[in-house]
Design a protein around this ligand. Sequence first.
Ligand code: HEC
Length: 116
Amino acid sequence: MITRSLLRAAHAAVALALASAAAVAGAQAGSAAPFANANPDAGKALHDKDCIVCHAQRFDGNPSKMYLRPDHRVRTPAQLRTQVAFCNTQLGTHYFPDDEENVAAYLNREYYKFKP
Ligand code: HEC
């Protein structure tokens, strides 16, 4: 069991890693649409089960605000993948890589809307 403050610190650490991930995203831009081979509906099921409660607690019961707040962190598809993978590791949810991709695809479809 991890504490919430530990997770917060972990998420903050991801932000540092995200800067370098952005360079990778730039290199990949122009290929296929992000998450084109994933299943966002399967991702939604995982996300709703594992991810919403904690985010909702932080934003008066509205978990969407985590992704839509003006200063939100995730700015590229690569950052989204990194963040989802990191949460999975921290939370011990034991997603397979396909699961992570599906959750990222769901978040992209609903919130981030990154284009190819
Ligand atoms: C125990 C609480 C907790 C759980 C459970 C949790 N998160 Fe988070 N998540 C956070 C916090 C806190 C932040 C904000 C970090 C910050 O702004 O420094 C965050 C931020 C994020 C962001 C970045 C949003 C943005 O653009 O700024 C993503 C994406 C994310 N979480 C995905 C997930 C996914 C996917 C799961 C489920 C596998 C999950 N989280 C489960 C606490 C949690």
